[in-house]
Design a protein. Structure first.
Length: 343
């Protein structure tokens, strides 16, 4: 048997233009280390040297989608290294691409890889749309804030609650502004209209993409969750079966408190915020929009708010909503939302 026979473990330090590939045999011994230009065919040819069904790991770094797809097409079992699992490597005195790739391969060989989930192409496509819409909305919010800033500089206050509503836009067009400030407001209004058009287009694409998902309508039964928030949750969570329990889903979303324990000292702090920012935003947004007549959720929010304050109450309700999301996606319905039948 040659050194190239048997199971091989491959670590790839992926970069934008070039990548380093290190191969280990079943005994953990280095077989080869090469640097290649980033190209799907070149990558597949290099992985072909690792034999049948090699175990391959790459970092969840900039633009990893193409590499994961090329490796899967080449017959490799692909693993995605979680960024937090390799965070300590950046503190080494000597850090090179070769060492990073070798360390990835060795951690995979030892079975100690902190692994992330590789979303299938359909979920990645939906995520791309959802995240693009979020970026566009943030841009539009920033431009709107710029209009308010110009009005404040000119000492102009419009007697409307929404400056960008129908009446507000009419008053804004007639507001007495100096020429440079008028030019800026007019430019910002055109940007707002353009961004609004793009947001509407992406929203339509998202709705069509997610309409066939069985969990889409189920999630909209949850108080405070509308079509957009439901699409965000489906896109970011993906396959719900990868979570064993609602507690694990809440932890993944960064909605659980930090826990520091040493000997007799135990400290619990703020939520970790380590996870999907969009999922966290979606459930917090839903928690704030829970209608007043929604029984136990409102009672929970009001009870905690009296004792601990509004922010803590909102996060607590967000965790409960994410628990409902878990059962809704797993079971296809949410029992807690239906009245209990007397039996």
């Amino acid at each position: 048997m040659s050194e190239y026979d048997g199971q091989q473990y491959v670590g790839i330090d992926l970069h934008r233009h070039r990548s380093v590939i290190v191969r280990l045999n079943a005994a953990g011994e280095r077989l080869d280390a090469v640097r290649i230009d980033n190209d799907p065919m070149t990558l597949m040819a290099e992985i072909g040297k690792a034999g049948r069904c090699p175990e391959v790991v790459l970092e969840a770094t900039y633009g990893w989608y193409w590499a994961a797809d090329a490796l899967a097409e080449a017959g490799a079992r692909v693993h995605l290294a979680h960024p937090l699992g390799i965070k300590g490597w950046t503190t080494r005195r000597v850090k090179t691409d070769w060492r990073d790739a070798a360390d990835l391969a060795e951690v995979l060989w030892r079975g100690r890889l902190a692994e992330g989930w590789i979303a299938p192409p359909r979920v990645r496509g939906l995520r791309e749309l959802v995240r693009h819409r979020a970026k566009l909305v943030n841009l539009r919010t920033g431009v709107k804030a710029g209009v308010h800033a110009v009005l404040a500089k000119q000492g102009v206050r419009l007697p409307v609650s929404d400056v960008f509503g129908v009446r507000g836009r009419a008053l804004l067009a007639e507001a007495p502004l100096d020429p440079p400030f008028r030019a800026r407001v007019n430019s910002q209004c055109r940007l707002i209209e353009a961004l609004g058009f793009e947001i509407a287009v992406v929203t339509s694409l998202i709705t069509r993409h997610v309409a066939a998902d069985p969990g889409y309508l189920v999630l909209q039964q949850i108080p405070g969750v509308g079509p957009i928030l439901a699409a965000v949750l489906i896109a970011e969570i993906g396959d719900i079966t990868r979570f064993r329990s609602p507690r694990q889903l809440c932890s993944w979303a960064g909605l659980t408190p930090k826990h520091h324990e040493s000997d007799r000292s135990v400290r619990r702090g703020r939520i970790t915020k380590q996870g999907s920012r969009l999922v966290r935003w979606a459930v917090v947004e839903a928690a704030q929009k829970v209608p007043a007549g929604t029984g136990w959720l409102v009672a929970t929010r009001e009870g905690i708010q009296e004792r601990r304050g509004r922010n803590i109450a909102t996060v607590a309700v967000a965790r409960r909503l994410l628990t409902l999301v878990f059962y809704g996606l797993r079971d296809g319905h949410i029992r807690a939302l239906h009245p209990r039948q007397a039996g």
